[in-house]
Design a protein around this ligand. Structure first.
Ligand code: ADP
Ligand code: MG
Length: 289
C-alpha cells in the first residue's frame, strides 16, 4: 500500500507539472546537495537564431550560409535547425549534401561537388591545428554566441554565429535551489566562452564546457564523489548522465531517449519545477517521520 502522504504528493506533483516515474528517486530528492544542468535545451530554450555570418575566404555570406545549410539538412541538432531556418528566411535554396554524417558533440559533414564540407565547433579546429584566424569569431563567442565553422576539405571558408535564449525561469530556479543550500552546476558540449557567459548570467557555482557526449556520464560520476546530485537534461547526449545521477530529471519537451532515462519528467519544461520537486520531497518525507 502507498502511504497517504505519498499518494497525495504524487497528485500534487502531477498537478504541479512533473511526472514521477520512479518513486524512490522522488524520495532521494530531499537529500540532494547539487544540481547539474545541461545547457542547450535545458537552461536555454534550445532554439538558435543566426546572428552573424563571417565570409572568410573570398566567398560571400550567402554562399557560406547556403553551404552550411546543405550539410545541416539531415541533422536534427538545434544548431542545424537554426542554420536551415535562417537560409530559408533569406530565400537561399538548400540542396542536401551527399554522404551526410553527424559527429556527436563535434558537428556534421557531407559532400558537395566532390568536396568534403564540414560544419563544426571550435573544438574541431583546435584538434586539427586550424587557426580561426579571425578576431571577430572570438569576440562573438565572448558575447555568449555559439560559433560554428564552415570548412571545405579542411580549409576554413566561413563562420556562423548563433544565439540561443536563456529560459526566463532559469535564473529564479537557480536562486531557489541555492537558497536551499544546493550547489548549481552546468555541463555543456559548447565552448568555454559561451558557457562562461551563461554561467555568469545565471549565477551558477561551477560549469564544465567542451564536454563530449560520451564524457557527460563520467563527469557526473566525478561530481558524485563530492555531492549527491540530480542531473537535468533534454538531449540524447544527456541520457547516460541522467541514468548515472542520483536523480535524473528530463525536460518534457526533450528527446524520447532522455525522458525514458529519467526518474522525473518536467512536463512544463520549466527548470523552476526542479526546485519544486526538492521542496515537495522534503515536505512529503518529513511528514512521515
Ligand atoms: P550541448 O551539450 O550544449 O547540448 P552538443 O554536445 O550537442 O551540445 O554539441 C556541442 C557542440 O558540438 C556544439 O556547440 C557545436 O559546436 C558542435 N555541434 C554539434 N552538433 C552540431 C551540428 N549539427 N552543427 C554544427 N555544430 C555542431
Ligand atoms: Mg541539451
Amino acid at each position: 500500500a502507498v502511504p497517504l502522504v505519498i499518494a497525495v504528493s504524487t497528485a500534487i506533483a502531477a498537478r504541479s507539472g512533473f511526472l514521477i516515474r520512479d518513486r524512490s528517486a522522488f524520495e532521494r530528492a530531499k537529500d540532494l546537495q547539487a544540481v547539474i544542468f545541461d545547457k542547450t535545451g535545458t537552461l536555454t530554450e534550445g532554439r538558435f537564431g543566426v546572428t552573424d555570418i563571417l565570409a572568410l575566404d573570398g566567398a560571400g555570406e550567402i554562399d557560406v550560409l547556403g553551404a552550411a545549410a546543405s550539410v545541416e539538412a539531415y541533422s536534427e541538432h538545434p544548431i542545424a535547425r537554426g542554420v536551415i531556418r535562417s537560409a530559408e528566411e533569406r530565400g537561399i535554396p538548400v540542396h542536401p549534401a551527399g554522404n551526410f554524417r553527424a559527429i556527436p558533440g563535434v558537428g556534421v559533414e557531407g559532400e558537395i561537388a566532390g568536396r568534403i564540407i564540414r560544419v563544426v565547433g571550435p573544438g574541431y579546429l583546435a584538434e586539427r591545428g586550424i587557426s580561426s584566424g579571425d578576431e571577430r569569431a572570438e569576440t562573438l563567442q565572448r558575447q555568449g554566441k555559439t560559433v560554428v565553422f564552415l570548412l571545405e576539405d579542411d580549409r576554413l571558408t566561413g563562420a556562423i554565429a548563433l544565439a540561443d535564449i536563456i529560459r526566463p525561469e532559469s535564473g529564479e530556479a537557480i536562486r531557489r535551489l541555492k537558497a536551499m543550500g544546493m550547489r548549481c552546476m552546468m555541463l555543456t558540449g559548447d565552448n568555454r566562452e559561451v558557457a562562461a557567459w551563461v554561467a555568469g548570467e545565471l549565477g551558477l557555482d561551477e560549469f564544465f564546457a567542451g564536454v563530449l557526449p560520451h564524457e557527460k556520464a563520467e563527469k557526473v560520476r566525478q561530481i558524485q564523489e563530492r555531492y549527491r546530485v540530480a542531473m537535468v537534461g533534454d538531449g540524447i547526449n544527456d541520457a547516460p548522465a541522467l541514468v548515472e545521477a542520483d536523480l535524473g530529471i528530463a525536460i518534457g519537451a526533450g528527446t524520447d531517449v532522455a525522458i525514458e532515462s529519467a526518474d522525473i519528467v518536467l512536463v512544463r519544461s520549466n527548470p523552476m519545477d526542479v526546485a519544486a520537486i526538492v521542496e515537495l520531497s522534503k515536505k512529503t518525507y518529513r511528514k512521515m517521520l
